[in-house]
Design a protein around this ligand. Structure first.
Ligand SMILES: [Zn+2]
Length: 136
């Protein structure tokens, strides 16, 4: 449904690509096509998160590292809308932050970045950061 380039890549391919049917109000239009459960624009939020230097919350590995201190360890990507008490089997069996924009859950279930993710995004635009030129 979309992809993005992390900061520091080839400037010729830098940006975010989003499937048109994952945003907007196409569901409300007779005959409109949309991606079921992924049509509320969260794909754009997720991909722009990558562009702003965020990794998947599971760190692209079993119990991997997303380089953010306040996100819990995740086994892997989540789909659907997990129950509120969904726990990881990683060390400490933390509650998974499946409502985070950097997971793969349904759009209707996603609603947050963590403070650490916010700080990581802001750092990308700070002096010396990989996207500092955008802030000038
Ligand atoms: Zn992603």
């Amino acid at each position: 449904m979309g992809y993005a380039q992390f900061p520091g890549g080839n400037p010729a391919t830098d940006g975010v690509v989003i499937l048109y049917s994952s945003v907007g109000s196409r569901k409300k239009v007779a005959g409109g096509t949309y991606v079921t459960n992924y049509d509320l624009g969260r794909t754009a939020t997720h991909e722009i998160g990558h562009w702003m230097n965020l990794r998947h919350i599971w760190g692209d590995a079993a119990c991997g590292n997303d380089f953010v201190g306040d996100t819990p360890l995740h086994n892997a990507a989540n789909t659907g809308c997990p129950s509120a008490d969904h726990r990881s089997t990683c060390t400490g069996t933390p509650l998974e932050m499946w409502m985070n924009y950097m997971d793969y859950t349904y759009d209707a279930c996603m609603y947050m970045f963590s403070n650490g993710q916010k700080d990581r995004m802001l750092a990308a635009f700070a002096a010396g950061g990989p996207r500092a030129s955008f802030a000038q």
